[in-house]
Design a protein around this ligand. Structure first.
Ligand SMILES: NC(=O)c1ccc[n+]([C@@H]2O[C@H](COP(=O)([O-])OP(=O)(O)OC[C@H]3O[C@@H](n4cnc5c(N)ncnc54)[C@H](OP(=O)(O)O)[C@@H]3O)[C@@H](O)[C@H]2O)c1
Length: 327
């Protein structure tokens, strides 16, 4: 990614201080883009210092203040742009009020950003950070012979029955986005990554990196759960490819490999033999089967996935460097 395809072009990134967005901003600046980046509080240096110190930031990064729930707050940042990367959306598990803390910011926030985009015809394409969460929860069984692909859509009723509130928030937000752009004729591409790991640029701990931190910081047991994994640098690159490749369209699942937590622990044990890791599964049920996720569409974005082993090593090294890991 050394060619300056973004030179002279202005794009907006929402939720720029986040884990994925920080890598996206870094790569956009590297490619020569001018980036208008939304943060909730531009005066909070824990949310901004890692962005303003990026190469090219001094010349080509402009921060603006916006909240997903404040109508019109994205107008000034989106005005004058030719592309928008909408990544902002809450990703937490520890919540009290799913509607207020997850669903409203995800759904109303996405519509709020799209309403701003609809005001400015200069926007050529919108790339939305959706999630594999909006793909796999449709009630169909997932077993090693099943291949999930972009035609799958999560079913809100399945999410509600299982009280999967984050999954529901992403499912409803992506659905609302597709309906909105169809009506308004906006060019939308969605990126649907699995669990994102790899190095952290931001100083705070994000939810997906916390899942790995938990394993290396003394958890007694690992979850009986299989899920897809992908490196944050591949996710950020995929956003840019989805923006730049004219023929890109629809949804792109991003999964290097589906692996059970037992497998994650096994890889960590091989990488870090001296580290105490959970020996047992959190329940006595059979291990949840793995499944496959099609790589065909992602291949058309030129993504050659960083292997899971490398991603896990990068995550742990980053967690050590930032002194989250007590190793
Ligand atoms: N990490 C994963 O495994 C994964 C997988 C698939 C999809 N995703 C999606 O990727 C996107 C980024 O997630 P991430 O993993 O990078 O998590 P993150 O580090 O927690 O980033 C979330 C971002 O959303 C912003 N945000 C939350 N509520 C907001 C509000 N009310 N107004 C404005 N901004 C708000 C946060 O701002 P503050 O910094 O101010 O809190 C933060 O910048 C999300 O859409 C998430 O659903 C993540």
């Amino acid at each position: 990614m050394s060619n300056l395809t973004g030179a002279g072009k202005v794009v907006c990134v929402t939720g720029a201080s986040g884990y994925i967005a920080s890598w996206l901003v870094k790569f956009l600046l590297q490619r020569g883009y001018t980036v208008k980046a939304s943060v909730r509080d531009p005066n909070d240096s824990r949310k901004t210092a890692h962005l303003t110190s990026l190469d090219g930031a001094k010349e080509r990064l402009q921060l603006f203040k916006a909240n997903l729930l404040d109508e019109g707050s994205f107008d000034s940042g989106i005005e004058g742009c030719e592309g928008v990367f909408h990544t902002a959306s809450p990703f937490y598990h520890d919540i009290e009020d799913p509607q207020a803390e997850l669903i409203d910011p995800a759904v109303k926030g996405t519509l709020n950003v799209l309403n701003s985009i609809a005001k400015f015809p200069s926007i050529k394409r919108v790339v939305l950070t959706s999630s594999i969460a909006a793909v796999v929860y449709n009630g169909k069984p997932r077993t090693p012979d099943v291949v999930v692909d972009e035609t799958w859509f999560s079913d809100p009723d399945v999410c509600k029955e299982s009280k999967l509130w984050y999954v529901l928030s992403k499912t409803l937000a992506e659905d609302a986005a597709w309906k909105f752009v169809k009506e308004k004729g906006i060019d939308l591409v969605t990126i649907n990554p699995a669990m994102v790991i790899g190095p952290l640029l931001q100083p705070t701990l994000n939810t997906s990196a916390a899942a790995i931190l938990n394993l290396i910081n003394g958890a007694q047991a690992f979850s009986n759960f299989s899920l897809g994994w992908v490196n944050v640098k591949d996710v950020a690159n995929a956003h840019i490819q989805a923006y730049e490749i004219p023929s890109a369209s629809g949804r792109y699942c991003l999964v290097e490999r589906v692996a059970h937590y037992a497998e994650i622990v096994k890889v960590l044990r091989e990488l870090y033999p001296g580290v105490q890791l959970p020996e047992k599964c959190a329940d006595d049920k059979p291990l949840m089967p793995t499944y496959q996720v099609s790589k065909e569409k992602a291949k058309s974005l030129g993504i050659e996935y960083i292997p899971l082993e490398t991603s896990l090593k990068e995550t742990v090294e980053s967690l050590k460097e930032k002194q989250f890991a007590r190793l």
